[in-house]
Design a protein around this ligand. Structure first.
Ligand SMILES: [Mg+2]
Length: 174
């Protein structure tokens, strides 16, 4: 975790995962299921160059539903981090919500404060990293992403699909 006292404050780009970085095939949890969205790595590199933190915030109710484990998710995110880094794109942190109120797995069956549209994942990252709220935003492909952004006090941009680099370039006016 970064030292809040010594690191300068920066804006953050909060990115949804499925449907923004990789095609949303439903409950992807292994590397071979990841089909990158066109322009995803280049979009992240651009955000890096804008001196923004890049965070991924993803609902993973597949854990509560018993489809896969937290270990699977962490392994996949480690792989995604490395794949992107090999293309010069840096993700600063991943956050995922493992809960679902009607899940099969009792340990994860709860109404939590982190499952989007709740803003818990964003708020936790804002607490743990030196984030400037005013210059931060979220990009997601669902209304629940936008609602989470609003609840966290930041702008939300709805990604309609297609090329993520183009969308980020146009959205940020670059
Ligand atoms: Mg999504």
């Amino acid at each position: 975790m970064p030292d809040l006292a010594t690191r300068p404050m920066r804006g953050a780009a909060f990115l949804d995962r499925d449907g923004v970085l990789n095609l949303d095939i439903g409950y992807a949890h292994r590397a071979e299921q990841i089909q990158w969205v066109e322009g995803a790595a280049k979009a992240i590199t651009l955000l890096n160059r804008q001196n923004l933190f890049v965070f991924v915030v993803t609902n993973q109710s597949g854990i509560a539903r018993g489809f896969y484990s937290e270990e699977d998710v962490n392994r996949l995110h480690t792989w995604m981090t490395a794949e992107l880094l090999s293309q010069g794109a840096r993700i600063d942190a991943f956050a995922y919500c493992p809960h679902y109120s009607e899940g099969e797995i009792a340990a994860y069956r709860e109404v939590c404060t982190c499952r989007k549209p709740a803003p818990g994942m964003l708020l936790t990252l804002m607490k743990e990293w030196p984030v400037t709220r005013e210059t931060s935003f979220m990009i997601g492909d669902r209304d629940t992403d936008i609602a989470a952004a609003k609840a966290a006090g930041i702008r939300g941009h709805l990604f309609p699909g297609g090329n993520l680099l183009r969308f980020v370039t146009e959205t940020l006016g670059l």
